[in-house]
Design a protein around this ligand. Structure first.
Ligand SMILES: Cc1cc2nc3c(=O)[nH]c(=O)nc-3n(C[C@H](O)[C@H](O)[C@H](O)COP(=O)(O)OP(=O)(O)OC[C@H]3O[C@@H](n4cnc5c(N)ncnc54)[C@H](O)[C@@H]3O)c2cc1C
Length: 416
């Protein structure tokens, strides 16, 4: 069924009896050509592009819980292409271009909102770094504008300009960045992949890898063994656990990242704002809630819930940047499991096991990468060669030293 205004009108006039489930609930088959482990944004996008662009058949997505239950439905919905390094920026610009056409492509309203992202700077050195970043973005075909204090104040007058400990000096504005309704992305990709024949198997946890003579032959699951010639894993915060089933240790730590939303307020925050003197960022959802977040919890964990010290830290950042946030009542807080790589950049690569491919290490920022990650992973799975925008996302960079360390902070997940 194609979604359209005419379909909505027709259903409205006929008692809404014609709507169908957005995707099927098939029984697992004994064998597929390709299995994608993880029904998050990346896994579903991978399956979709595999079928749509690369003409692959007999594909299954195996999800241990439900579609949208992982980070894809837990993030703070920010999409952007504002990176500095050559290894990153073309990939994220490719992703932003895919976001720009995604709703038409999937025939699904994902509430893509290019409301802009404003990264604040508070010192001359930070301004210079943002100028450099902005120039790199423009050189890669993206957009960036350096604003001074007066321009920032005209745009977001409610920030603390007058008696702040870290006075705002200006900001780097990336107008094409913004927000996308996160779980709608999972549903949109699931529905479109299903329509192309992809089997989406929920409540189907992978419990083991079937490897014979150095080659993947399939996976063990809670719904029985399923064989496949190719297996791609895209399980975000569970990456190290799933790859351990194939005997691999990854340069990845799993941490909890928390997010927060207030009660609904009248429109006040026009774009996404990031604090440059602490880790705090905020936007306003279409329902009116202020959606904000900050740093990861400072210990490794596989639990999808966080702790109080980080809540205090995030709220302190919010109060320093926009004291009026202290008047808003917090509605909900939640945590997701982020796969922090040691240089802060992702991995989309083959593994030493023939036919087994890996996608992970997305850190804080894998949501904005969802379409490009799916596209690039599908490219790798289908052609055995990396997508041109993802050639740097290799495992061996941790051996050769060709790291993609955007911030130059080293192997410190909490600083990425
Ligand atoms: C609080 C928070 C805020 C964030 N904010 C942003 C943001 O604003 N912008 C941004 O770009 N990024 C953000 N991120 C990061 C982003 O959400 C993730 O990097 C991205 O969603 C990860 O990819 P995914 O969607 O495929 O992951 P997930 O949705 O987590 O998908 C992985 C799936 O694998 C499944 N799985 C795990 N183990 C198994 C198994 N054994 N068998 C089968 N399935 C399995 C899980 O159940 C899960 O559904 C945020 C993350 C969090 C937690």
């Amino acid at each position: 069924m194609r979604y359209s205004i005419f379909q909505v009108l027709k259903e409205g006039l006929t008692g809404h009896r014609g709507w169908r489930p957005a995707w099927r609930d098939p029984a697992p088959q004994a064998e597929y050509d390709t299995i994608v482990i993880g029904g998050g944004g990346h896994g579903l996008a991978t399956a979709y592009y595999l079928a749509k662009v690369f003409g692959a058949k007999r594909i299954a997505v195996l999800e241990k819980g439900w579609i949208g239950g992982g980070n894809v439905g837990r993030n703070t919905t920010i999409v952007r292409a504002n990176y500095l390094l050559d290894g990153n920026q073309p990939f994220y610009e490719f992703s932003l271009k895919l976001w720009e056409g995604l709703e038409q492509e999937l025939n699904y309203n994902a509430m893509v909102s290019q409301r802009g992202i404003l990264n604040l700077y508070h010192s001359d050195a930070q301004r210079d770094a943002y100028r450099r970043r902005g120039n790199a973005m423009i050189l890669h075909g993206s957009d960036a504008e350096l604003l001074d204090r007066a321009q920032v104040r005209a745009m977001v007058p409610f920030l603390n300009f007058d008696d702040a400990r870290f006075p705002i000096r200006g900001g780097l504005l990336h107008r094409r960045g913004g927000t996308v309704r996160h779980d709608a992305v999972a549903w949109g990709f699931a529905r479109a992949a299903d329509a192309l024949g992809v089997d989406i198997l929920q409540n189907c946890a992978v419990t083991g890898m079937i490897v014979e003579n150095g080659r993947i032959r399939g996976v063990e699951t809670t719904r029985g063994p399923i064989r496949a010639a190719k297996v791609g894993t895209a399980v975000a915060g569970s990456s190290s656990r799933v790859m351990a089933m194939a005997g691999m240790r990854l340069p990845i730590e799993s941490h909890v990242l928390q997010a927060f939303v207030t009660e609904g307020l009248k429109p006040v925050v026009p774009n996404v704002i990031t604090f440059g003197a602490g880790h705090f960022y905020v936007s306003q959802s279409d329902k009116g809630g202020l959606v904000f977040g900050g740093d990861i919890d400072g210990y490794n964990s596989y639990a999808q819930r966080g702790n109080l010290p980080m809540i205090e830290d995030v709220v302190e950042g919010g109060m320093a940047l926009m004291p009026m946030i202290g008047r808003a009542r917090l509605l909900r807080a939640w945590g997701g499991l982020v796969d922090m790589s040691m240089d802060g950049s992702p991995i989309i690569d083959r593994t030493p096991i023939e036919g087994l491919y890996f996608n992970g290490g997305w850190n804080y920022g894998g949501f904005k990468a969802t379409p490009a990650s799916g596209f690039a992973f599908a490219h790798l799975l289908a052609t055995d060669t990396p997508h041109p925008t993802a050639t740097a996302y290799r495992f061996d960079r941790f051996r050769t030293g060709a790291l993609i360390d955007e911030k130059g902070v080293g192997a410190q997940p909490n600083l990425h």
